[in-house]
Design a protein around this ligand. Structure first.
Ligand code: SAH
Ligand code: SF4
Ligand code: F3S
Length: 468
C-alpha cells in the first residue's frame, strides 16, 4: 500500500504542547531548571531540524548548554550519508555512558537520518542500553511526547516506524545564528540516486505551502535576519505535490520581493530538472545571490547512468553555459563522488575534464561510501581503496589550483559582503557568491553589508580592507 504524507493537525500540535507543559511542571516541582545539549551531524536539513528540537526543548523549560557534561538531556541529531558519519556517532554515543554515570538523571536521545535505518535502531536497542529515546525524522514533531514518556516511566522509547513523511507547521524554533536562517521549503526526496540513503530515511518529497514559507521569511526579516537559505534535497520539485501552479522559481521570486535588506540563497538543485526559469529568476532579482550549487557527481555518462542521475554531462554543461551567459559572474559550486563502483581510470578522467571545463569556485568532494539497502552498495567495486584515494587526491589538487586561481582574480576588486563574525584579529564575511572574506574591523560591523577591497587570497579565503 502506498504511504501518504501526513499533515499534522492543530489538535495533534496542541497535544504536543500539552506534553511540553507537563515537562515544565515536572521540573518545576523539583525546583530544577533543566539544561539540554543538542549536537548536529550532517547537512543544513539536519541543522534546521535541530533548531526545532531546541525550540521544543525551550518550550519544555530547558536551557541550552554546549557540552554533554551535566546536561539533563543530550540529543544527537545524526547523519547517514556516509559510513564515516555513522562511525563518529556510534563512537560518541558509546562515550556517553561516562557522562551519564557522572549525572545519572541524564537522558540520551538519538534522532535524525541514521535512526531511519532499522539496522541502526536495532543496534542501539541491543547494544547501547544507556540510550533512552530514538526517533526518526518522521517523528520529530512528537519529541515532547516521547520525552515525557521517558521522564514519567523511566522506560526507553523507540519511534522509528517508516512513513512517507509528515509536514508539521508551527513547531517552535530556536535559531543558532542571529544573521542567517534556514527555511525548509520541502522535505524528503524521490530521486533514488543509486548510492544515496536520503530517500530511504527522509521519505517522499512533500512541500510546505507557499504562504507558510512566505510568512516565516517575513518574520525572519522583521527580526533582523540578513540571509535566508531555502532548503530542500531537490528544490526543483517544490510544489509538484501541491498542485497550486507554484514552482520553486515562483517561490524564490515571491521571497525575493519581500521588503527589507536581506540576501536569499537556496540548496540544492538537481541538474535533471534545474530549469532555465530558475536561472532567469536568479538573474532578475538583486536579493537572490548569484550562486548556484549544482551537484554533478561524475563527468562520465556511464557512471551517471549507473548513479541513476538522469542527465548526461552534455546536458549538465548546457545548463552551466546558460547560467554563465545570463550571469557572467555566477559562482558555481558542486558535489562530486570519486570511486563509484566500477568507475575506471578513463571514467574518472572524464570527471577531471568536466571540472576543468566548468572551473568551479568550490567543490565538495566525497569518496563513494556503500550504504546498506541502496543499489550501489551491491554493485561490483573492483577499484582498491588506494586507487580511490589517489584519484581523490588528484581531484582535490586540481580543484585547489582552480579555487586559488579564481580567488586571485578577485584581487583589486570591491566586493559587497555580509559581515558575520570574528576569527581572531579579523572579521569574517561572505560575498554574494558565498566566498569567505577576512578583514580588519570593529565588532560593530557584524550584521551589516559593507564594501571590501580584496588585497590578497589563499585557496580557502580572501583578505581585504574596508572601503567607505
Ligand atoms: N540532495 C542533494 C545532495 C544530498 S547529499 C543532491 O542531490 O544534490 C550531499 C552529497 O553527498 C551528494 O551530492 C553526494 O555527492 C554525496 N553523497 C551522497 N551519498 C553518498 C555516498 N553513498 N557516498 C559518497 N558520497 C555520497
Ligand atoms: Fe540523494 Fe539523489 Fe535525493 Fe540528492 S537527489 S538526496 S543525491 S537521492
Ligand atoms: Fe545526512 Fe540526512 Fe542530510 S543523511 S546529509 S543529515 S539529509
Amino acid at each position: 500500500m502506498e504511504k501518504k504524507t501526513t499533515v499534522i493537525s492543530p489538535e495533534q500540535k496542541r497535544r504536543q504542547e500539552g506534553f511540553c507543559g507537563e515537562i515544565r511542571e515536572y521540573w518545576q516541582a523539583q525546583g530544577i531548571t533543566p539544561i539540554a545539549f543538542v549536537d548536529t551531524y550532517g547537512c543544513q536539513q539536519n541543522e534546521a531540524d535541530s533548531e526545532r528540537i531546541r525550540g521544543m526543548l525551550d518550550a519544555c523549560g530547558y536551557g541550552m548548554t554546549d557540552t554533554e557534561e551535566g546536561a539533563d538531556i543530550i540529543v544527537l541529531n545524526t547523519c547517514a550519508i556516509r559510513e564515516h558519519a555513522e562511525q563518529r556517532v556510534f563512537g560518541n554515543v558509546g562515550a556517553l555512558t561516562h557522562t551519564k554515570r557522572r549525572h545519572p538523571r541524564q537522558k540520551i536521545f538519538l534522532c535524525g537520518c541514521m535512526m531511519g535505518q532499522p539496522s541502526v535502531s536495532d543496534r542501539i536497542k541491543h547494544s547501547y542500553p544507556h540510550v533512552d529515546g530514538v526517533f526518526s525524522t518522521h517523528h520529530l514533531w512528537q519529541f515532547p511526547e516521547l520525552l515525557w514518556r521517558v521522564l514519567k516511566t523511566g522506560k526507553r522509547v523507540f519511534s522509528v516506524e517508516d512513513e512517507a513523511g509528515s509536514i508539521c507547521e508551527g513547531i517552535p524554533v530556536v535559531r543558532t545564528n542571529p544573521l542567517k536562517a534556514w527555511v525548509s521549503v520541502m522535505y524528503g526526496c524521490n530521486n533514488f540516486c543509486s548510492y544515496c540513503i536520503v530517500p530511504y530515511v527522509r521519505g517522499r518529497e512533500r512541500s510546505r505551502l507557499p504562504e507558510d514559507i512566505l510568512s516565516e521569511c517575513k518574520e525572519l526579516i522583521a527580526q533582523g535576519y540578513k540571509e535566508i537559505t531555502l532548503l530542500g534535497q531537490n528544490v526543483n520539485s517544490y510544489g509538484k505535490d501541491l498542485d497550486l501552479g507554484v514552482d520553486f522559481a515562483d517561490l524564490m521570486a515571491s521571497v525575493a520581493q519581500l521588503e527589507g535588506q536581506f540576501r536569499l540563497r537556496f540548496m540544492t538543485s538537481h541538474p535533471k530538472d534545474a530549469s532555465k526559469k530558475l536561472f532567469d529568476t536568479i538573474a532578475k532579482y538583486p536579493k537572490i545571490c548569484k550562486q548556484f550549487h549544482l551537484p554533478f557527481q561524475s563527468g562520465n555518462d556511464r557512471v551517471l547512468k549507473e548513479m541513476n542521475r538522469r542527465y548526461t554531462s552534455a546536458q549538465y554543461l548546457e545548463l552551466v553555459e546558460y547560467g554563465r551567459k545570463l550571469m557572467p559572474d555566477l559562482i558555481l559550486t558542486s558535489d562530486v563522488i570519486v570511486g563509484f563502483p566500477g568507475e575506471t581510470e578513463e571514467e574518472f578522467n572524464d570527471t577531471l575534464k568536466l571540472i576543468e571545463k566548468v572551473r568551479y569556485d568550490a567543490l565538495f568532494t566525497f569518496i563513494f561510501s556503500p550504504r546498506g539497502g541502496t543499489p550501489a552498495a551491491s554493485m561490483p567495486d573492483p577499484a582498491t581503496k588506494a586507487e580511490k584515494n589517489a584519484r581523490f587526491d588528484r581531484l582535490v589538487t586540481l580543484q585547489n589550483q582552480i579555487s586559488e586561481e579564481k580567488h586571485r582574480a578577485y584581487i583589486g576588486s570591491v566586493q559587497r559582503v555580509l559581515v558575520d563574525g570574528r576569527d581572531g584579529d579579523l572579521l569574517t564575511s561572505r560575498t554574494d557568491g558565498g566566498r569567505l572574506v577576512r578583514f580588519m574591523g570593529e565588532d560593530a560591523l557584524i550584521g551589516s553589508f559593507i564594501d571590501v577591497k580584496i588585497a590578497d587570497c589563499t585557496t580557502w579565503s580572501l583578505f581585504g580592507e574596508r572601503v567607505d
